[in-house]
Structure formats: C-alpha cells, structure tokens
Design a protein around this ligand. Structure first.
Ligand SMILES: [Zn+2]
Length: 301
C-alpha cells in the first residue's frame, strides 16, 4: 500500500505521511508533516510567520490501524508572527495542543462508555484511568445539557404528563437523593441532592423545571415531604401513591400482626406459622390446593 493510500485511510486534515513503521509490539508509528509551510497567527490572523525549526516531535495516540495501536509522530514546529510577535507551535486540527490523544480517539473512548463503565472502556482501549475519566467527563459536560433540554422539551409537549418522584440511596446508605422522572416518556428530568422539603424547594434546577412543566399526575411513595412539596408546586396535579410502596406498608403491617400472634402460640404452632409465613403474602387465587389447605390451618391457629 502506498503512503498516499494510508493518508486517505487515516483521514487527517492538513498533514501527509512521511514514514510508517512495521508493527512493533502491536504498535504502528506514523510520522506526519503539515502540508502547508506556514500557519496563520491565532491572535492577529497574519499569514506571514517565521519558522524557527523544530523541537522534539510529539507522540499522539490515534485510532487503531488493523488491530495495531497507532502512534502519530507530530512535528513540533516553532513559529513567530511577523506582525504581533506571538511565539507559537504548529497546531493540528485533529488534536488539542499538548494532548496525547487525537480528537477521534477521544470520541471513540466516549462512545464506548455507552451502557458500560469508565473502568471497562479504559481497559478495552488501553488508556490510563485518570486520562480516560477526564475525557469522558469533558464530553459529558457538553452532552448532558443538550440531553436535559431535549427531555424537558418532550415533557413540556406531552399531553397528560405524569411525573414520578422517588428517593434513591447512594454512598452505601449514607446519603439519599431524589429523582424526578417523566413517566409518560420514560426519561429522568433531574436529580436533587437530598430528600428533605427544604432541599427540594430551594433546588434551582428543580425550580426551573417546576415552573415550565404542568403535570396531570404525580406518582410518589407515601413520604409526607413529597406530598407537601407536590401540593405546593403542582396544586392541580393528582397525587398518586404508587402501588409498590402501598403494598410494602400492608406487608409490614401483616407481619407485625403475625409476630404478635406468634407470641401467644406454643412452640410447634409458632414454628409452623413462621415456616409458612410467605403464604400470607400471596394472592389467594395464585395458591395451589395444598397451599390453600396450609393457609386454612394457619388461619385457625
Ligand atoms: Zn500575530
């Protein structure tokens, strides 16, 4: 393959290949030169610059070439602007100055996170964890606001919008956060740090959302704080306690009665009740004949 063809394959603007090595320990080294002789000044735009020669070339990682790691060897050309006197080094459009990775490589890393973890992505692409995490965070800081606007637009334009509000635990049970969901379109609208009334009502991001959406219904657990908050910010919305939370309260109450009853029984009866306690939680129409008989025996204790 000619260098020209590899140049086309690489698809990097403003450079051409002067040398390419055989794979060395699964790595191909490609030496590049700019196609132009001069680069205009980034401050005054002057195209007349003075070249001062080259410093040590830089190694920049690029997308893999046929299963081989690719290292681009970029010339560090020193220039001075003849108008404003700015000293600068040659800038390549496909990478940020002094980065060890091309923009295309960083994009690949960011895309590879989809549905996985940072740890998994950096391992797959053989990148140090701290660098990989930094690139992903940088990319997310621009992607997240765009996505948030999209989900908000969808929520605003929904008819009969139903919002969900629920807490979830982080830091192994030490901290609670609150998630606000668009249940109609299956999207997370925002996350609030904490789950207290004051934390919700003073949260700037949540207040902005509350001002522009008008839900038909809000689904939540039985926490009084959430009911008070929703009553305050969405006075016309129907408040719905979701069935899972109601069910848990009923189950908890059922078992506290079972324990109270159990204390009055003899050892054999109490053991029998404990062994079959799951039957009390089941729907009656889902029980087999044998289970129904067992249940009747339990209820007669
Ligand atoms: Zn200049």
């Amino acid at each position: 393959m000619h260098l020209h063809d590899i140049n086309t394959l690489l698809n990097l603007q403003g450079v051409f290949i002067t040398h390419i090595t055989e794979p060395i320990e699964n790595t191909v080294y490609i030496t590049l030169e700019p196609t132009d002789l001069h680069q205009s000044c980034s401050i005054c735009g002057n195209i007349y610059t003075i070249r001062h020669g080259k410093s040590k070339p830089r190694h920049v990682r690029h997308l893999n070439l046929f299963e081989n790691y690719t290292i681009l060897i970029l010339q560090t050309i020193r220039l001075t602007c003849s108008e404003c006197g700015l000293n600068f080094t040659w800038e390549y459009s496909f990478e940020k100055t002094k980065s060890k990775y091309t923009n295309a490589f960083k994009n690949k890393l960011v895309k590879s996170i989809d549905g996985g973890t940072v740890k998994h992505s950096v391992k797959n692409l053989n990148v140090p964890y701290t660098s990989g995490e930094r690139f992903i965070k940088e990319a997310l800081s621009t992607i997240i606001p765009i996505m948030q606007n999209q989900v908000l637009d969808t929520a605003i334009n929904s008819s009969k919008l139903a919002i969900g509000i629920d807490d979830f635990v982080i830091r192994k049970g030490h901290t609670y956060n609150t998630g606000i969901y668009d249940l109609r379109n299956g999207a997370l609208l925002t996350v609030v740090r904490g789950r207290k009334y004051d934390e919700l009502i003073t949260n700037k991001n949540l207040c902005e959302i509350v001002n522009i959406v008008s839900p038909f219904a809000v689904v939540m657990n039985l926490a009084k704080i959430y009911h008070n908050f929703v009553k305050e910010v969405f006075p016309t919305a129907i408040r719905i306690a979701d069935c899972f939370h109601v069910n848990r309260y009923i189950t908890d109450a059922l078992h506290s009665i079972r324990k109270r009853v159990s204390k009055k029984l003899n050892t054999y009866q109490s053991k029998f009740l404990k062994q079959n306690k799951k039957l009390l939680e089941r729907r009656n129409d889902s029980l087999t004949k044998a289970e129904q008989t067992l249940l009747e025996r339990i209820l007669q204790l």
